[in-house]
Write a protein that binds this ligand. Structure first.
Ligand code: NAP
Length: 275
């Protein structure tokens, strides 16, 4: 695919992760990337660290770049869309939005055109190029936009296409997912300390255990239940812990927590009318 000019509207954490991924995998040359922001210091950092072009003016960026990545916070998105609306060209521009809760129909309306829109949900491990990105297409986007999304997001991890109706479920699972694992880690460290380990020992043991378990899941390709059964000897220590958990409602509570995250996403989506 010919390298399009890519513009990032907002130069925060996620824009930086993506730009780093594109550069480390040499998918995109720095001169093909422009970023905008309201913060001059942030732009100077991006120019210095990644050699990208920068601008304080979103409209200028939208005129210059074919692919526009909307990478501002949800509460900033309306203002940015209003700013660039007049210069958007449906023949030229593709809008890729990272903004949680904004639907493709809402983005198409905000663009004021039959704009090609892709709605994307990445997650924070993208910073280490170990991310999970799900995306769905707007009504005017097609195969070329699918290929483009893979090109932009595969440098920072895996990419999965889903129906838009599932985007809030994806947000609950992989978008918020790192936080659940961090929380598990916090609890393991706390338990380790309570049982007499130093903070450092509890931390090292917990972190490496989570890393090793994740690698086993990924690299053996075996189901989580099978791997769990393998370390659970009858009458053993693991079984004692798992029996204790099974005697509580923790499974139902954990699953209900993810439903709560999905429902919150739906509330946020509904609170953003599509006009
Ligand atoms: N980080 C993640 O893991 C993650 C995961 C999934 C989805 N997302 C989505 O990705 C989007 C960006 O997240 P982020 O974590 O990268 O946010 P962030 O670090 O806050 O980046 C947003 C950047 O945009 C700047 N900005 C604010 N108003 C602007 C405007 N009018 N024009 C241009 N730039 C403006 C902000 O400046 P100030 O800081 O000065 O306001 C900030 O530098 C969000 O919508 C979020 O929902 C993020």
């Amino acid at each position: 695919m010919k390298q399009p000019a890519i513009g990032f509207l907002g130069s925060g954490n996620m824009a930086e992760s993506l730009i780093r991924g594109l550069q480390e995998t040499t998918v995109c040359l720095p001169e093909k990337i422009t970023t905008s922001d309201i913060n001059e210091i942030r732009l100077a950092y991006m120019a210095e660290k990644y050699g990208v072009q920068t601008t304080l003016h979103n409209r200028e960026l939208a005129q210059k770049c074919q692919v526009l990545v909307l990478a501002v916070k949800p509460q900033q998105a309306d203002a940015v869309m209003a700013e660039i609306r007049a210069v958007l060209d449906p023949e030229k521009n593709i809008l890729i939005s990272l903004v949680a809760g904004l639907t493709t129909a809402g983005l198409e309306k905000a663009g004021g055109l039959p704009l090609k829109v892709v709605r994307v949900m990445p997650n924070t491990p993208a910073r280490l190029r170990a991310g999970t990105t799900a995306f769905c297409l707007g009504q005017y986007a097609g195969e070329a936009e699918t290929l483009l999304t893979h090109m932009l997001f595969e440098p920072v991890g895996i990419v999965v296409r889903v129906e838009e109706a599932l985007m809030n479920a994806v947000t609950a699972l992989s978008g918020s997912g790192p936080a659940y694992v961090f929380h598990l880690c916090e609890m393991m460290i706390k338990a380790g300390r309570q049982m007499g380990l130093s903070s450092r020992e509890a931390e090292v043991l917990s972190v490496q255990t989570i890393l090793g378990a994740a690698r086993m899941l990924n690299e053996t390709g075996r189901p989580a239940a099978a791997l769990r059964a393998e370390v659970t000897s009858p009458g053993g220590t693991t079984e004692a812990a798992l029996d204790y958990l099974a005697a509580s409602d923790y499974q139902e509570i954990f699953i209900a927590a993810l439903h709560a995250a999905r429902d919150r996403g739906q509330d946020l989506t509904l609170s953003k009318p599509e006009e």
